[in-house]
Design a protein around this ligand. Structure first.
Ligand code: SF4
Length: 240
């Protein structure tokens, strides 16, 4: 991809481009990747606002683009309902879940392990089963302390390119996009949530950090479930 070799400074682009320029850039990134990867380009749709924007952008590039959703036994009822609507509208969205037995309240005693089992494992399975060469995410570098060190196009796992087409968007611009293009969002946002995850680990939080309501009271507070930080290709895993 031409943009893989970009030397542009991501932090400069965050406030250097206006909304329309960012939308155009995101579409161009997805288009270029789709031209290169075809059906092996797959959107990871978490059903959050950022994923909804990325999914809509991808569909503008090509209605043929597919995706996957990783869900867990602890997702809020509203998110499950929202997922059912999304899958009914887009059957090309495949749902992955890990139903293995785990200790009670593992999310309290060892949330990293809980996320690894319930979120990272099904993501690995999706990437393997769907033969993904390029996965597209809704990650944004303005979203929180753990998200400042990403690039629009990355290859953290050998042979698996990760495309972050809205990396430089502000939270406001995501809402701007969803409103302007009439893209539905999870109703939990109307209740005050700014970042969505499992019901057990997500609270409504105020303040500048968009992810502050995630894993409150644990070492993971405001952090990551692991799909953006852990190896996702079986040959590059460090926990075999
Ligand atoms: S968000 Fe919480 S409940 Fe969900 S997988 Fe991670 S630790 Fe477990």
């Amino acid at each position: 991809m031409a943009l893989l070799a970009t030397s542009e400074n991501i932090k400069t682009l965050v406030d250097g481009l206006n909304f329309a320029e960012k939308v155009e850039r995101s579409l161009r990134l997805i288009r270029e990747a789709y031209e290169e990867y075809g059906d092996r380009l797959v959107v990871a749709n978490s059903l959050g606002k950022d994923s909804c924007a990325v999914w809509d952008l991808a569909k503008r590039v090509s209605p043929q683009i597919g995706g996957f959703i990783v869900t867990t036994r602890y997702k809020p009822r509203e998110t499950i309902e929202f997922m059912k609507h999304a899958v009914a509208r887009y059957p090309e969205l495949k749902v992955y879940k890990n139903d293995i037995e785990i200790p009670d309240r593992l999310y309290e005693t060892d949330p990293d392990r809980c996320c690894d089992i319930l979120k990272v494992e099904p993501t690995r399975r999706a990437i393997s089963e769907m033969n993904v060469g390029c996965w597209v995410t809704g990650l944004r570098c303005t979203e929180g302390r753990t998200r400042t060190d990403f690039q629009e196009v990355e290859e953290r796992d050998k042979g698996l390119v990760k495309l972050n087409p809205i990396l430089i968007w502000h939270e406001r611009e995501v809402w701007q996009y969803l409103a302007l293009f009439k893209v539905p969002a999870n109703p939990l946002y109307a209740a005050g949530y700014r970042s969505l995850g499992c019901a057990t680990c997500t609270k409504i939080a105020n303040g500048p950090d968009e992810r502050a309501g995630r894993w409150i009271g644990t070492s993971k507070c405001g952090g990551e479930c692991g799909i953006h930080t852990r190896p996702l290709k079986s040959e590059s895993r460090d926990d075999r």
